[in-house]
Design a protein around this ligand. Structure first.
Ligand SMILES: Cc1cc2nc3c(=O)[nH]c(=O)nc-3n(C[C@H](O)[C@H](O)[C@H](O)COP(=O)(O)OP(=O)(O)OC[C@H]3O[C@@H](n4cnc5c(N)ncnc54)[C@H](O)[C@@H]3O)c2cc1C
Length: 262
C-alpha cells in the first residue's frame, strides 16, 4: 500500500502577530515547526504501515519547508516531496488542495491520504476534505486513530462531542487526524537524523505536477484574505471565591452593578 501524508510548516507560536499596516502575519523572528496535527497524522500512517508499504510526505511551501520534511524523514517516512514554485504563492485552500491533488496523482496508486485536522496558522480544516472531494476518495474527519486496515476497508475512531464513533470506510480514503490526548510526539535520535539524509527528498514545480498556471496560487484562488487582525482582547475577568451558596449572591450583585435587572 502507498500512504501519502500532507504536512505543513507553521509558525511556532499560538500568538501570531499581525502587521497592522499591511495586514500580513509577522513571520520574522518566529521559528517554524511541523504542524502538530500533521505530526500525529504521520505517526498514524507509520503505525498502520504494513510490510512493504510506503509512506510519502508531501508539503507545498517555500524552500525552508524542507526542514519540516527532514523531520518527517527522521521520524520514519520513506520519501519526501516538496512542492515549491512561485506559481503556488498566494494559494487559498482550494489552490492548495489542487496542488496537493496533482502531486498525489503524479505519485499514483495511493491508498490512503493522511492530513491533520487543521493547521495552527490558517486553521480552516478545509484542505483534507477538499483533497478527498477532488480525488473522489472517501473521507473521515476528526480521526483519533486508524484502528485497522483490512482488505478494501479501514476502521477509524472518530472523535465526537459525546465520545467517539467507529467508522468503517472504503479505500482509497482521506483521513483528517486529531491528536488523541495521550499522543507523545516522537523525538528522532541522532541516528534517525543521519539515516534520514540517505532517504529520497524530491522537489516538484507546478510544471512537474501538471495543471494550468491559472489553477495554482493566487490565480487559482477563488477566495482572498482581505484583512488579518488579532482578535480583540477580552476584558478582565472576575474570580469568585465565595462559598457555593454565597457565590450566587455575588454573581447577582455583579450583574446588577452592570445595570442588568431581572
Ligand atoms: C503568501 C500566502 C498567501 C495566502 N493567500 C491566501 C488567500 O488569498 N486566500 C486564502 O484563503 N488563503 C490564503 N493563504 C492561506 C492558505 O489558504 C493556507 O496556507 C492553505 O490553504 C492551508 O490552509 P489551512 O492552513 O487553513 O489548512 P487546513 O485546511 O487547516 O489544514 C488541514 C490539513 O491539510 C494539510 N495541509 C494544509 N496546507 C498544506 C500545505 N501547504 N502542504 C501540505 N499539506 C497541507 C495538512 O495536513 C493540514 O493539517 C495564503 C497563505 C500564504 C502563505
Amino acid at each position: 500500500m502507498k500512504h501519502v501524508v500532507c504536512v505543513k510548516q507553521v509558525p511556532d507560536t499560538t500568538e501570531v502577530k499581525v502587521d497592522e499596516k499591511t495586514g500580513t502575519i509577522c513571520r520574522e523572528g518566529v521559528a517554524s515547526v511541523l504542524n502538530p496535527f500533521d505530526e500525529f497524522a504521520l505517526n498514524e500512517a507509520l503505525r498502520v504501515r504494513g510490510e512493504g508499504d510506503e509512506v510519502i510526505v508531501v508539503t507545498m511551501g517555500p524552500p525552508q519547508a524542507e526542514e519540516a520534511l527532514k523531520k518527517c524523514l527522521a521520524i520514519g517516512a520513506d520519501q519526501a516531496i516538496l512542492l515549491c514554485d512561485r506559481a503556488f504563492a498566494g494559494a487559498d485552500t482550494m489552490a492548495t488542495s489542487f496542488a496537493l491533488v496533482k502531486a498525489v496523482q503524479k505519485i499514483g496508486q495511493v491508498d490512503m491520504i493522511f492530513c491533520g485536522q487543521e493547521t495552527l496558522d490558517g486553521g480552516t480544516a478545509q484542505v483534507g476534505p477538499e483533497i478527498a472531494r477532488q480525488m473522489g476518495f472517501s473521507q473521515v474527519t476528526y480521526v483519533e486513530a486508524v484502528e485497522q486496515i483490512k482488505g478494501k476497508f479501514a476502521t477509524c475512531r472518530k472523535e465526537t462531542d459525546d465520545g467517539y464513533e467507529r467508522i468503517r470506510a472504503r479505500l482509497p480514503l482521506v483521513v483528517a487526524c486529531l491528536p488523541s490526548p495521550d499522543f507523545n510526539p516522537t523525538i528522532p535520535s541522532v541516528m534517525d537524523i543521519i539515516a534520514a539524509k540517505r532517504k529520497v527528498m524530491t522537489a516538484w514545480t507546478a510544471e512537474d505536477i501538471g495543471g494550468g498556471a491559472e489553477q495554482f496560487g493566487l490565480a487559482g484562488s477563488p477566495t482572498q484574505v482581505v484583512k488579518s487582525y488579532p482578535p480583540p482582547k477580552k476584558g478582565q475577568g472576575v474570580v469568585i471565591q465565595e462559598s457555593p451558596e454565597d457565590s450566587v449572591q455575588r454573581i447577582l450583585e455583579i450583574i446588577s452593578n452592570k445595570g442588568f435587572t431581572a
